[in-house]
Write a protein that binds this ligand. Structure first.
Ligand code: ZN
Length: 341
């Protein structure tokens, strides 16, 4: 299948990660894309450059003040004169009775949920490029391809309408889904990353025309801890259009496929015109963040099950971190899909 990719992701090279009080290098590194490219080459997929869509796709899912903040953040940060080499907030305010701040340090706190989204000099450009990659893959499918893959980096599914978190700044899967909505009345986002797709859920929580489904490790034991529970079903006109399927830590292929079966039934009942798959590969048993235990063969089965849903499908890369099997698992999920089509 066609795989959309650009080298522009390399300008985002974050370093800082804080976990359990320990500072270490983040796992969201540019080398991830090299491993994924190896996986695409092994599957003989065709690389294509993204189209530049400008701000249109972004404004469908993000607020103007958030986009302005991200665009201007690095210059304002360096103008402080005594700031560090990456933007990391020291406040994360709750917003009741709060006033939108004018100072860059205040805005940084306002627009970030956690410390896992450090902003550097090239973050904005890379994040924008990733949304072009996602929208371009969606456009390929709208133009008649039965499926396309978007190699997005940085990932997107933890990004809300106006907040970054968990390595994510702009929500690529949401951008792809909103792009598909230009043609289809109803679309589905199926998030198979090991982490709950909290940002995506937040963006579409009151939308009746985008069904969001996330299969992930039990948030009572795992990031993001405060979202991802089964009782979160959507709100207002979107009530019933959000489905969370948390899985016990250590769940293996058969348990995962059962959850996917539940998702398939919900998708079928929703009768959508197209599908965006938030394709995290970090449910792998060999992922450094592993909490589930999906095998390479399991990823092939997942790809085949997604193919049998029978919808025009956009795969949007989300998580999946450095392991010897990162590229292999991408090859496997896409091969499973193509063999079952
Ligand atoms: Zn993840």
């Amino acid at each position: 299948m066609k795989a959309v990719y650009t080298e522009r992701h390399r300008s985002h090279d974050p370093q800082f990660f804080l976990g359990r009080g320990v500072v270490k290098r983040t796992t969201e590194q540019p080398e991830r894309a090299d491993r994924l490219l190896t996986g695409l080459a092994a599957g003989k997929h065709t690389l294509v450059e993204p189209t530049a869509f400008g701000q249109g796709p972004l404004l469908r899912v993000h607020s103007p003040d958030y986009l302005r903040f991200l665009a201007e953040a690095w210059d304002a940060w360096t103008a402080l004169g005594d700031a560090g080499t990456e933007m990391i907030a020291n406040i994360h305010p709750q917003r009741h009775a709060a006033t939108y701040p004018t100072h860059i340090v205040g805005k940084l706190g306002w627009h970030t949920i956690d410390t896992a989204c450090p902003i550097g000099p090239g973050t904005w450009d890379a994040a924008c490029a990733a949304t072009d990659v996602a929208a371009s893959a969606a456009q390929l499918v709208m133009d008649g391809e039965s499926a396309a893959y978007a190699l997005c980096r940085p990932p997107g599914h933890h990004a809300y309408r106006d907040q970054a978190s968990g390595f994510c700044f702009l929500n690529n899967s949401a951008v792809a889904a909103a792009h598909l909505r230009l043609k289809h009345e109803r679309v589905v986002i199926l998030d198979i990353d090991v982490h709950h797709g909290n940002g995506t859920q937040g963006i579409f929580y009151e939308s009746p025309d985008v069904l969001t489904i996330s299969i992930h490790a039990d948030p009572s034991q795992f990031y993001p801890f405060v979202w991802g529970y089964a009782h979160e079903r959507g709100a207002g006109p979107g009530l019933g259009a959000n489905l969370n399927i948390p899985l016990p830590l250590g769940t293996r292929d058969d348990g995962y496929m059962q959850a996917l079966g539940v998702a398939e039934k919900a998708i079928s009942a929703f009768a959508p015109g197209a599908l965006a798959v938030a394709l995290g590969l970090d449910a792998s048993e060999h992922d450094p963040l592993a909490s589930l235990a999906v095998t390479t063969e399991g990823f092939r089965r997942i790809g085949a099950a997604i193919a049998r849903i029978g919808l025009p499908t956009v795969f949007v890369q989300e998580g999946g971190y450095l392991s010897d099997l990162l590229g292999t698992n991408l090859t496997s999920v896409l091969a499973g899909f193509e063999q079952a089509r």
